[in-house]
Design a protein around this ligand. Structure first.
Ligand code: URA
Length: 245
């Protein structure tokens, strides 16, 4: 692999524009093989040099990123003796090393990111990073009129857990009696959307994840289908988690 200028190589891999990448290098936020490198013109080999930006290992060409439209009935795990997993929907040759980013319940559908990039997986799911996750839910029952304000203030769940401030937009009641709501969370507690909706008088009947940070579910993917992320989508994800935790 030919050696490349550090600023040019970073700009091609999610560290912003070349000028932004150079600014980060000069600020001492980039390390090459463990030592800060402040020279944007420094020549590096992305395949053999260990390069970190803000402490996160740089993506190399070997790492893979897929978006899946998760169907109901499969679990968010890499393998399971009894149940079908999100990875079992991929051809066997493609699965190696991939893991789901965050968990969705078995009956939850929608955006599931799969990658073998452990550093990005960790950064996207770290509660300290505050990455927004947006969900669409169909809800039965009668929601408290104060529910959006209670979500925004930090809702207390039935077990006493206090959630981070979250977004709630309540749509019209549909003909089938269900209400469509949009929920935006910055954390990922067990059954969190279901428990938050229950705390304000509703019951989640259908739950779909629409987005994770800048990544939005591709409406062209049918349930169970997946595709590789584009270079732009990968860069946006890296930008969303760059900077100190
Ligand atoms: N909240 C839930 O209740 N379930 C999910 O699958 C994701 C978020």
């Amino acid at each position: 692999m030919a050696r490349e200028r550090l600023d040019k190589m970073l700009a091609g891999r999610g560290a912003g524009t070349r000028r932004e990448a150079a600014a980060r290098i000069r600020a001492g936020l980039v390390t090459v093989n463990g030592a800060p490198c402040r020279d944007p013109a420094c020549k590096v080999d992305p395949d053999s040099d260990q390069i970190c930006v803000d402490g996160i290992a740089l993506r190399t060409r070997r790492e893979r990123y897929f978006m899946m439209n998760k169907p109901a009935g499969v679990i968010s795990a890499t393998e399971d003796a009894k149940q079908q997993t999100v990875l079992s929907l991929l051809p066997e040759a493609e699965r190696c090393g991939l893991a789901p980013v965050g968990r969705l319940d078995k009956d939850t559908v929608g955006l599931m990111l799969l990658t073998d990039d452990g550093a990005l997986n960790h950064a996207l799911t770290s509660p300290r990073r505050h990455v927004d996750k947006q969900y669409r839910a169909l809800v039965s029952g009668h929601l408290d009129a104060e529910a959006p304000a209670r979500f925004a203030a930090g809702l207390k769940l039935a077990d006493g857990t206090v959630c981070r401030p979250a977004g709630l937009t309540i749509g019209e009641c549909r003909e089938d009696g269900l209400t469509e709501v949009l929920v935006t969370l910055q954390e990922g507690r067990y059954h969190q959307v279901k428990r938050m909706i229950a705390a304000v008088g509703g019951h989640v009947e259908v739950l779909e994840r629409l987005s994770m940070g800048p990544l939005r579910l591709d409406g062209k993917l049918a349930r169970g289908q997946y595709r590789a992320l584009t270079e732009d989508e990968i860069s946006e994800l890296f930008r969303a988690v760059s900077g100190p935790e």
